[in-house]
Write a protein that binds this ligand. Structure first.
Ligand code: 5GP
Ligand code: ZN
Length: 117
């Protein structure tokens, strides 16, 4: 997709922002440019799928493995006790970037999160 911001980042035309965390064959994780919490990152498909409905089922196992790997890395790096995984599909759900992604948001005790979805 020519003008998709995540496709531009994946093609290297735009820097991801505050840094890439890791990648697998079909997914990449980088820090969100406008984090809800320190360490808030995005797991993004390398291919331009608009929503989770477009993701081939065959990539499900790799996705779950990668989500777990990135979540553990973020928990360790940002010394948090928990994390939220948030994933929006279509505008009415709050999806702003129409390219499949999962938010991983680190959480600490007594540190409330008020998502503006
Ligand atoms: P959505 O509302 O679509 O689920 O979330 C899109 C997320 O992408 C937002 O949290 C926003 O801060 C993040 N984002 C938008 N543009 C960029 C960018 O250029 N770089 C990075 N790292 N994150 C972005
Ligand atoms: Zn895209």
């Amino acid at each position: 997709m020519e003008d998709c911001i995540f496709c531009k980042i994946l093609r290297g035309e735009v820097p991801p922002g505050k840094g890439k965390i890791s990648e697998s064959d079909n997914f990449v994780a980088f820090l969100d440019i406008n984090p809800e919490k320190e360490g808030h990152c995005l797991v993004v498909s390398k291919a331009h799928f608009e929503t989770i409905l477009d993701l081939p089922v065959g990539m499900g196992s790799e996705l779950l493995t990668f989500l777990k790997e990135v979540s553990l890395k973020v928990m360790d790096k940002y010394e948090c006790d928990g994390f939220n995984i948030v994933q929006n599909n279509f505008k009415s759900s709050g999806q702003v970037v129409p390219h499949l992604h999962f938010h991983i948001i680190p959480r600490k005790k007594d540190d409330p999160l008020n998502l503006k979805l």
